[in-house]
Design a protein around this ligand. Sequence first.
Ligand code: CAA
Length: 258
Amino acid sequence: MAYECILTETDGAVAVITLNRPDALNAFNRQLMDELTDAVKKFEADDAIGCMVLTGSEKAFAAGADIKEMASKDYIDVLSEDFITANWEEVSRTRKPIIAAVGGYALGGGCELALMCDFIIAGDNAKFGQPEISIGAMPGAGGTQRLARFIGKSKAMEMCLTGRMMDAEEAERCGLVSRIVPKGELREEAIRVAKQIAGFSRPIVTLTKESVNRAYETTLSEGVRFERRVFHSIFAFEDQKEGMAAFAEKRKPVFKNR
Ligand code: CAA
């Protein structure tokens, strides 16, 4: 598939997907979401890639669903095309880690897409919001659910009911983003972190990601039981033997992803 609304590149074991519809502040039209889905699936299947970075421009990660494309849809249209479910959620399904590097606006679906990633590194100019209420809509790509889980009911409710934007400082304070970096260093820093993750044992990274995500799907005791079973299983990996031997021998481990 040739891409027109995104750019993709690789840097070692890291794949970088850049949302690229500058004239619409990277608003998600159907073509962009089809391309994003295709790219994520492609990198998921590529053994050379250990981690992905999803980013936008300095002005906008993404300003949400394409309002102009969406405006004329009626109920039967959105139901029959399975709007959003059909091609928005690959980012939340991929087993490889995916980091959102958010500079500028992450609004509506843009905020929701960032929330589907494993964690968010924010540029100091980032602005998060769910402004759908102001255009006679509501979040439809998981915003009401993920925000409530990640930052708590009060802030989630206020954001969704008023459309108020949150700046990077507030987003870090309430745990929406893992940390803030100067906007000019955002891309480089996200790639640096992604390279670090891609350098660890791939199967153990996969299981660790799955285990953290389990925390949002189950009770604490079931989640801890899940973690314990997975933790026990890593003792079957060569990489566990290598990692611990390398520590004792004061050398860098050489992981074989086995
Ligand atoms: N859809 C379509 N086009 C959009 C867009 C969107 N979500 N956001 C911005 N654009 C377009 C603008 O129409 C404009 O195009 P023209 O030059 O052709 O007029 C261009 O991008 C630049 O935008 P602005 O001139 O508005 O830029 P600004 O700097 O003055 O304002 C902004 C920036 C505050 C982000 C403003 O563009 C804005 O409010 N955008 C809409 C944000 C929004 O409501 N997002 C939610 C969408 S609904 C959704 O996402 C549903 C869901 O949950 C799945």
